[in-house]
Ligand binder design. Structure first.
Ligand SMILES: Nc1ncnc2c1ncn2[C@@H]1O[C@H](COP(=O)(O)OP(=O)(O)OP(=O)(O)O)[C@@H](O)[C@H]1O
Length: 378
């Protein structure tokens, strides 16, 4: 239970003239936490709604476990969907809200009626429902709130009730669409940890939609990064951070945004950045070098820069520099704030980067193979 795979093959979808999804193949493995991440409008919610059966694809197939569910109604897919609006029933207590899916499944219409139901429903079923509600409430630490109504709860508590209600259904997979976006920043960070812990505890399959790369990076086993209706790259958070397949992925993942510098690879294969030759070798042509803030440092020689400003955020210090060769281009370097600031000079500074941490992208935006030149002994 709760551990089915979700397999999409060749999914396409248009709304009128606009193609929103283009031939998507995606396998969410059993028990995996997979995030669909991308900018607003890239099609991630539409893809999730297609998995849920709330939207039908123009072509392609949706399978859950071994079953083709492409034409099945949402209610026949055994999936639990959690939205940013919690969709709780305001007139019901938390206990009744959580019990609703169980009552729907296990009791006939007459038995669900408040007064009549109590007389008609077998006690064993009611006891079973009570036990399952209590277990879900325990898992989500809301046992003390069971007699309250949603209006008497905070945003985070409501979100937990919505999760508990999804939990009792023991779905094949959980589908979540930006479930934390209505919460304030602190609560969001806290709920991120709770969701990740819940996933570990349940071992269930989670498909999670977010536009927030930090959210995706901190919780997911794998991330599928979507751009304009296609999956640009799929991999672990580390894969996307350390080996972005394209310039677009490199730009999207990581905070602060990766530094992108104009580069040129000479006919002999030597990469130069901002007019400075480096130890890197690649295929000749114009290129863009990507280097993250933590992989840059000041050195006696290298790319000439001028320091613009230094800012400390918690444990990190960010130094923003302007390239001497290109006044329009700035780069950001990250240092540990507890270390002494490496420089206070404004001019005549040079930057070096760890060559093995550099990323090179060709004119088509695709990642290029980089080699490090062997140092020739003097
Ligand atoms: N029912 C619809 N009719 C017409 N166009 C739609 C419909 N639903 C979505 N779209 C369009 O499809 C595109 C993808 O929408 P979708 O909601 O999947 O994007 P998203 O990546 O989830 O964005 P967001 O993060 O803003 O929710 C958008 O351009 C949107 O305007």
């Amino acid at each position: 239970m709760s551990r089915q795979s979700v397999v999409l093959s060749g999914i396409s979808k248009s709304f009128g003239q606009t193609q929103v999804l283009q031939d998507i193949d995606l396998t969410v493995r059993e028990g995996e936490f997979l995030s669909l991440v991308g900018m607003s409008g890239c099609g991630k919610s539409t893809l999730l709604r297609i998995i849920a059966g709330l939207e039908s694809p123009d072509s392609g197939m949706v399978s859950i476990g071994d079953s083709d569910v492409t034409t099945r109604d949402p209610s026949d897919r055994n999936l639990a969907m959690v939205f940013q609006s919690y969709a709780l029933y305001p007139h019901m207590t938390v206990r009744q809200n959580i019990a609703t899916p169980l009552r729907m499944r296990q009791l006939t219409l007459a038995r669900r009626l408040p007064m009549l139901g109590r007389l008609l429903a077998p006690r064993s079923i009611l006891r079973q429902i009570e036990t399952e509600v209590a277990q879900a409430a325990e898992t989500l630490q809301i046992a003390h709130l069971l007699d309250r109504k949603p209006g008497q709860l905070s945003g985070g508590q409501r979100q937990r009730v919505a999760l508990a209600r999804a939990l009792v259904r023991q779905p094949s997979a959980f589908l979540m669409d930006e479930p934390l976006s209505n919460l304030d920043a602190k609560l969001r960070a806290h709920m991120r940890e709770e969701l990740a812990a819940l996933h570990r505890r349940l071992g269930a399959t989670f498909v999670y939609v977010t536009h927030d790369q930090v959210e995706a990076m901190t919780m997911s086993d794998r991330i599928a990064l979507m751009i304009e209706g296609r999956i640009e790259q799929i991999g672990s958070p580390d894969d996307l951070y350390r080996s972005p397949a394209t310039l677009a992925v490199a730009r999207f993942i990581g905070s602060p945004t990766i530094n992108l510098l104009t580069a040129e690879v000479s006919a002999s294969g030597r990469v130069s950045v901002a007019g400075t030759s480096t130890d890197l070798l690649a295929a000749a042509g114009p290129a863009t070098l990507g280097i993250r803030a933590e992989d840059l440092r000041f050195a006696a020689d290298g790319i000439p820069v001028r320091l613009l400003r230094a800012e400390t955020h918690g444990a990190d210090r960010y130094l923003t520099c302007r390239l001497m060769t290109d006044e329009g281009q700035t780069v950001v370097l990250r240092e540990n704030a507890s270390d002494t600031q490496t420089t206070s000079a404004e001019d005549d500074l040079h930057l070096r980067f760890a060559p093995e941490r550099a990323h090179l992208f060709g004119a088509n935006g695709r990642r290029m193979t980089l080699r490090i030149a062997e140092k020739v002994a003097a």
